[in-house]
Design a protein around this ligand. Structure first.
Ligand code: UD1
Ligand code: UDP
Length: 378
């Protein structure tokens, strides 16, 4: 008799897609749509790491996704990495035992992915990691811990580039490495046209195309540090005055929380050229990005999207996982020192906007599903 639970008889062909944060929903959306299109046997678990309407439901609407079959509402009550991951792991495990999928897919490096991956591995289900093989080599980042662990316990490592495949191979992972391209390319397909038809964001914020900067910053290692936030607000002030252009900042809830906690509300309100907004839906955000003169960001997703749209990017971090965006001349990794950010903006504005996107053609989602169904390697 077994004293632990494994799933001896998974249902052949059944797929579980785990989402849980804003970028997770976006990057899994083409996979969910492809599974729907093929009338596959699948279900979605929303692990509940993001839950505010503008961090969650708006993406289901904008990307025309079905409601997830399961949503873990309890997760929002937990904020420490360990407890947040634990509550999602426990919730996902229970659902997997009930549903018995053959394959579980997670995407990226947020905590919900680690929870989904561990649940699947412990139950001996097949595990696929979408966006595998990426590394920042910054061992302080929770995302780096998550990526490394997930890659090493996955059966399929779906990478977005040969470089990521080489990294995974070099680390001696056990699973099959498949360079399928980026599902972001699929998610972006047609989004500019939808924005043109539907988005009123430029009008609402009184912006002219190619005459404003877009800014996002939410990374824990940045915004949990008061000095960084004060420096960033100073940078916005300087850039606004120097270039005379609005700087649009859709602010992440983590950052807003820290602004309040660090008593920086009056400071932020005093910045003349800053246009502060709530987090935006995908259609508005992509329309805003596509029309921006430049983006400053510490987001992983926006670095890729800017590169694909031909918008120069200044990355507010000391390293990036998306090295190909730097290699093609679309992105400058500025670090977090204010003077260096300002110098990098100047350099980014002078960049030729004629690079080729390194993220390949659409079809990553379809390739992922094909590989799962072939299931040939075992
Ligand atoms: C997480 C990911 C990060 C990713 C980001 C995407 C980890 C370790 N980090 O960071 O890699 O770039 O998501 O946006 O998984 N909050 C809300 N409403 C929400 C979500 C969050 O108010 O819908 C607030 C809460 O106060 C919460 C805080 O933001 O405690 C941080 O949220 P959390 O999901 O823990 O981390 P993120 O900073 O969003
Ligand atoms: N995004 C959005 N609205 C916003 C900010 C970001 O739709 O107000 C999108 C963005 O285009 C990208 C994804 O959310 O596709 C990235 O999320 P985030 O920056 O939170 O996380 P990261 O990619 O850094 O993990």
């Amino acid at each position: 008799m077994k004293d632990f639970k494994i799933i001896d008889t998974p249902i052949a062909g059944k797929v579980c897609v785990v989402v849980g944060t804003r970028p997770g929903i976006i990057k899994m959306s083409p996979i969910i749509k492809e599974l729907e299109f093929r009338s596959s046997d699948f279900f979605v678990i929303h692990a509940g790491q993001h839950y505010s309407v503008n961090m969650d439901k708006v993406f289901f609407q904008d990307l025309r996704l079905p409601d997830p079959k399961y949503r873990l509402d309890e997760t929002k009550n937990y904020t420490l990495h360990g407890e947040q991951t634990a509550v999602m792991l426990t919730g996902i495990e229970k659902i997997l035992i009930e549903e018995r999928p053959e394959t579980v897919l997670v995407c990226g490096d947020a905590n919900f992915n680690l929870a989904g991956a561990l649940a699947a591995r412990k139950l001996r289900l097949k595990l696929g990691h979408v966006e595998a093989g990426l590394r920042s080599y910054n061992w302080k980042m929770p995302e780096e811990h998550n990526r490394v662990i997930i890659d090493h316990i996955s059966d399929y490592l779906f990478t977005t580039s040969q470089a990521a495949s080489d990294t995974a191979l070099g680390e001696g992972v056990r699973g099959e490495i498949c360079n399928v391209g980026s599902t972001i390319v699929d998610a972006l397909s047609g989004i500019k046209e939808i924005g043109e038809a539907k988005s009123t964001i430029l009008h609402d914020l009184k912006l002219e195309s190619n005459n404003y900067f877009l800014l996002t910053s939410h990374r824990e290692e940045n915004v949990d540090n008061k000095e960084y936030l004060e420096g960033l607000l100073g940078v916005i002030d300087t850039l606004g005055n120097e270039y005379g252009q609005p700087i649009v900042y859709p602010i992440h809830p983590r950052t807003m929380k820290r602004i309040t906690q660090f008593d920086l509300r009056a400071r932020i309100d005093s910045i003349k050229h800053l246009s502060l907004t709530e987090p935006l839906g995908y259609i508005d955000c992509m329309y805003l990005l596509a029309n921006a003169r430049l983006v400053l960001t510490d987001s992983g997703g926006l670095q890729q999207e800017a590169c694909i749209f031909g918008v120069p990017c200044v990355t507010l971090r000391t390293e990036t996982e998306w090295v190909e965006t730097v290699e093609v001349g679309a992105n400058i990794v500025a670090g977090t020192v204010p003077e260096n950010i300002i110098t990098s903006v100047k350099a980014a504005l002078a960049m030729e906007r004629n690079w080729q996107s390194p993220f390949g053609e659409i079809g990553a989602a379809s390739r992922i599903i094909d590989i799962i169904y072939q299931g040939s390697y075992r």
